[in-house]
Design a protein around this ligand. Sequence first.
Ligand SMILES: Cc1cc2nc3c(=O)[nH]c(=O)nc-3n(C[C@H](O)[C@H](O)[C@H](O)COP(=O)(O)OP(=O)(O)OC[C@H]3O[C@@H](n4cnc5c(N)ncnc54)[C@H](O)[C@@H]3O)c2cc1C
Ligand code: FES
Ligand code: FES
Length: 479
Amino acid sequence: MRLDGFAPRTTLLDWLRLEARSTGTKEGCAEGDCGACAVVVVRERGGRLSYEPVNSCITLIGQLDGAELITVEDLAEDGVLHPVQQAMAKEHGSQCGFCTPGIVMSLFAHYQACGGATNRATINDVLAGNLCRCTGYRPIVDAALQVCNGAAADRFTRSAAARMQALRMLDDKADVFVGDANSFFAAPASEDSLAELYAQHPDATIVAGATDVGLWITKKLTPLEKIIHVGRVAELSRSEETGDGFALGATVSLNRAALLLGSIDPDVSEVLRRFGSVQVRASGTVGGSIANGSPIGDLAPMLIALGADVELRHGRQTRRLKLEDFFIDYGKQDRKRGEFVRRLHVPKLPAGAHFRAYKITKRFDEDISALLAAFRFDLDGARIAAARVAFGGMAGIPKRAKAVEEKLRGLSLADTRGWRAAADAVREDFTPLTDLRASAAYRSGVAGNLVIKALAELAGVDAAATRVAERRSFAHAAE
Ligand SMILES: Cc1cc2nc3c(=O)[nH]c(=O)nc-3n(C[C@H](O)[C@H](O)[C@H](O)COP(=O)(O)OP(=O)(O)OC[C@H]3O[C@@H](n4cnc5c(N)ncnc54)[C@H](O)[C@@H]3O)c2cc1C
Ligand code: FES
Ligand code: FES
């Protein structure tokens, strides 16, 4: 299908329901939380078809350029329900049915992606972004276990080669520009085109995954007129492993980043597993997560503790700075008008270095952090030679805890009085706020306790004793 004209801020959900009259896809929260609007977007990645569930309420129609869109209406074949739909019906996975199209689409994406083998924990992750208020998840998970354990066999697998060919033909590597100089949706195909366009229109809004920007549209009703989507810029979507770390292009999705960064330490993996939902991580990007300057984002504190750099570009000029220096103050980053985030450079842990990260939320899955603590310790035997400690949720920006770091330097792991002094130093570093997620007293108390928890784990207390549900307790034995 070809669309030549649309308002730049049109969401995929509005287009589906109001223009295409494809009303099987539902609107619940309109902010990416409930998954009622989930659809599947198919793209070629690494020579294979990648089936990605996304929340259509916070996806802009223009983001779909060059991709295949599958909605719940597309699943049945000649009036026969898709295997995922059949399993849901057989296991009584639906009652009022409002959540069902979204759940079916999330499971359809998993059915295609899981290679015929899945388990309950994986399905729970897959469904973390799909809210069902009346059926209960047991029959839904049973349906998923039944249908996803076994090779995918449907009309999408049969037509995969032809659809791949069609996607390749759509990939014309040309810049997209819909609208005029005052109001447009643009999707440059190269970094040079992006740099030029953004320098010409520094007042434009960059959109990567739109998991933040989408909410400005649906919740704040922000009248965005000029949108530059960076998702088609080939150079920004690349990631590579360098000798001592990873270079991640700004538009690498959080799901893709998790595969690489998770290899640094199981805690990175665990925090990213709890970052939003599969849908949010499929759309949301590492660049967006840094550029938004969020004081409660999960990625920035972990990357600061690891010692990452951010690379920026303005016109032809590029520059690289320590990530902690990018965040200046609440809502203020070291980024000029017309400058964009190009790449993140994340070092691996050298020998003798250890990492810990803890995400504190009211609800375990799909919840924004009240605070996030991240630690890198460089050990010299049983003594801490150096430490990098960063917190989210404790200040107006993601920030290093320099006083805590100072107390940790040279500390013997056996010195439990020293642990307490390091924990108390949190109060020198931060004066947190009270908001709907946590009180200031709670934040300070928990932050100090997390310092102690990290030290206890480092000193050899098994994670099975320090953690209730996170999965490091299983990975820990291998350390
Ligand atoms: C339901 C839900 C759950 C969420 N859960 C979490 C969570 O658990 N943890 C968490 O940290 N966050 C969470 N978020 C927030 C959000 O997903 C992340 O901040 C995400 O990483 C933003 O990335 P994006 O690509 O979608 O950014 P976008 O929405 O596209 O952009 C965000 C901001 O960054 C700017 N921007 C994007 N890319 C660039 C670039 N390359 N250069 C310059 N500027 C750029 C945009 O102009 C905008 O100001 C959640 C959001 C939703 C909707
Ligand atoms: S309507 Fe709730 S996630 Fe889109
Ligand atoms: S079946 Fe009613 S909300 Fe899920």
